[in-house]
Design a protein around this ligand. Structure first.
Ligand code: NAP
Ligand code: ZN
Ligand code: ZN
Length: 347
């Protein structure tokens, strides 16, 4: 077994603190990665605090992992020692169901194995994530990472990047579409960069007036403060798509009313409480509400290659791991610009 240093939560009310555990030895199809950076996703907070239920402790969060391969199993073909590599939210799946066969492992009919807070296929071992010094993963669930981009700015692509890229592709969003991004945090800022790169007209809908300059620098064409009723009214029945990345309860009816005929609200944020829906808002303009979960492994590689080609990376604040509990408090207040990334040397 491989002794592993990490930060973990022991229960939903505890701060994250140093924790030592053991990972499995490198199997025939596994690679061992020395973790260099790990992004901090709002899903980490939801899960650490058991806001979605089903939390398993001790919990080492983290699913935006980049690092270097230090060991490969006997049958590994895609990677060699010294390669850069990434791991996102998925470390295994059944590999036989329709979703897996269609390279949509995130929708595995038998339940994907999450990078942390999940059970391995043995049904017993709890997976542990990237706030740690190493990880062992089957090569089929590991991504290739370009040597040409700053690694700390690549890490959040493994969740925030793919989660916003996948629906943009699914709905063929691009030139001629008016797209709103609701909430300018980790996911939101990548939705702005990616949608703008695909040619859409992008509007940021934010509760934080101080993010306007940044939104424009990220590629947004308009910026609207959602508490400002007059500004909101100016975009009533306006958008083809709204990409909702808000992590907390909010009035989705208000945003549905900003969709034009046949417009779609795509929910990416997963607030713990169920929203209230006024159905007339949908039927009056044949509007739709949809959801989307991360992306499959092949699509994640496609996204990483797209970002390398178009020089798209995340805007990050690199932190030592000792700052993690403060980072969580700042994210809950919306004070994130636009992803915290842990420098794992500090572990
Ligand atoms: P984040 O960086 O904390 O950003 C969330 C943003 O939402 C904030 O910066 C803020 O933007 C806005 N916001 C926060 N609280 C709000 C409130 N009470 N009312 C209105 N706006 C509020 O979070 P993230 O990492 O991007 O994650 C966002 C959500 O997506 C989380 O629920 C996460 O679990 C979920 N998620 C889903 C998937 C998926 O596959 N679907 C993948 C990853 C994450 P402004 O300051 O601009 O208002
Ligand atoms: Zn995430
Ligand atoms: Zn499957």
């Amino acid at each position: 077994m491989l002794p592993t240093k990490s930060y973990a939560a022991q229960n939903p009310n505890a701060d994250l603190a140093p924790y030592q555990f053991e990972r499995r030895n490198v199997g025939n199809h596994d690679v061992q990665i020395e973790i260099l950076y790990c992004g901090v996703c709002h899903s980490d907070i939801h899960q650490v605090r058991n806001e979605w239920g089903g939390a398993k402790y001790p919990m080492v969060p983290g699913h935006e992992i980049v690092g270097r391969i230090v060991k490969v199993g006997e049958h590994v073909t895609k990677f060699k020692v010294g390669d850069l590599a990434g791991v996102g939210c998925i470390v295994d799946s059944c590999r036989t169901c329709n979703s897996c066969c269609e390279a949509q492992e995130q929708y595995c009919e038998n339940g994907m194995v999450g990078t942390y807070n999940s059970f391995e296929k043995d049904g017993v071992t709890i997976t542990q994530g990237g706030y740690s010094d190493k990880i062992v993963v089957d090569e089929n669930y590991v991504l290739k990472v370009s040597e040409s981009l700053p690694l700390e700015r690549v890490a959040p692509l493994l969740c925030a990047g793919i989660t916003t890229y996948s629906p943009l592709k699914q709905w063929n969003i691009g030139k001629g579409h008016r797209v709103a991004v609701l909430g300018l945090g980790g996911l939101g800022h990548m939705a702005v960069k990616l949608a703008a790169s695909m040619g859409a007209e992008v509007t940021v809908l934010s509760t934080s007036p101080n993010k306007q300059k940044d939104a424009e620098a990220l590629g947004a064409h308009k910026f609207i403060v959602t508490q400002n009723a007059a500004e909101l009214k100016s975009v009533k029945s306006y958008f083809d798509f709204i990409i909702d990345t808000v992590s907390a309860s909010h009035d989705i009816n208000l945003y549905v009313s900003l969709l034009r005929l046949n417009g779609t609200l795509i929910m990416l944020g997963i607030p713990p409480e169920a929203p209230e829906l006024r159905v007339y808002g949908l039927v009056s303009k044949r509007r739709r509400i949809a959801g989307s979960l991360i992306g499959g492994i092949a699509e994640t590689q496609e996204m990483l290659d797209y970002c390398a080609k178009h020089n798209i990376v995340c805007d990050v604040e690199v932190i030592p791991i000792s700052y993690i509990n403060e980072a969580y408090e700042r994210m809950i207040k919306g004070d994130v610009h636009y992803r915290f990334v842990i420098d794992m040397k500090t572990l």
